[in-house]
Design a protein around this ligand. Structure first.
Ligand code: SAM
Length: 173
């Protein structure tokens, strides 16, 4: 294992069951599906037929080269861009649960991802706190599709309803 492929402890943020089940139900990945970093099996325990990698178990995703229909996961955030780029090499559909700013804050990443395909859908899960993650940023599951050019759909899968903001009183700020 090299320093480049060693997982950082902050990358071990496992997907809670309610969220994994919601993603599976919402996106319904079919065909050959790869969980590239299965962790403790948040997704694969519900889909035992999926292929999987996990660095902690000696299967490095960056060694995977077989084409698949989907890559579907919550990836290590410190390696998000290389994870996306490698997913784009092997898959037709890519669905990643991520802090949205980790994607949208980098123009180079957005540009490279769009060369693969546009975002088909973003399913919002509220803040990291809503997901039990140790960060407060907006979390969403993003689905990119190879060659897709079109609008991006949005939906809200957060467990707690996000409170609508009350209208401001007339003349108030
Ligand atoms: C954010 S956790 C998520 C785990 C799981 N996908 C889930 O949804 O609960 C990311 C996982 O990626 C693994 N990982 C990091 N680098 C990897 C690599 N190069 N290949 C395979 N797994 C890796 C870590 O060990 C960790 O278990």
């Amino acid at each position: 294992m090299t320093a480049a492929t060693r997982a950082k402890s902050g990358d071990r943020v496992y997907t809670p069951q309610w969220l994994a089940l919601d993603m599976l139900q919402h996106f319904q990945p079919e065909g050959l599906v790869l969980e590239p970093c299965r962790g403790d099996g948040a997704f694969t325990r519900h889909r035992p037929g999926w292929s999987w990698c996990e660095l902690d178990e000696g299967r490095d995703f960056f060694d995977w080269s077989r084409p698949v229909d989907w890559v579907f996961t919550n990836p290590p955030y410190s390696k998000l861009r290389p994870f996306f780029m490698h997913s784009a090499r092997v898959a037709r559909e890519v669905c990643l649960l991520i802090p949205l700013r980790n994607y949208f804050s980098g123009y180079g990443f957005v540009r490279d991802a769009r060369e693969f395909g546009d975002l088909v859908h973003i399913r919002l899960y509220g803040t990291g706190g809503n997901c039990g993650f140790p960060m407060g940023n907006a979390i969403g599951a993003c689905h990119w599709s190879r060659g897709y050019r079109g609008p991006t759909g949005w939906s809200d899968g957060s467990r707690r309803a996000i409170q609508p903001r009350l209208p401001l009183p007339l003349g108030g700020r």
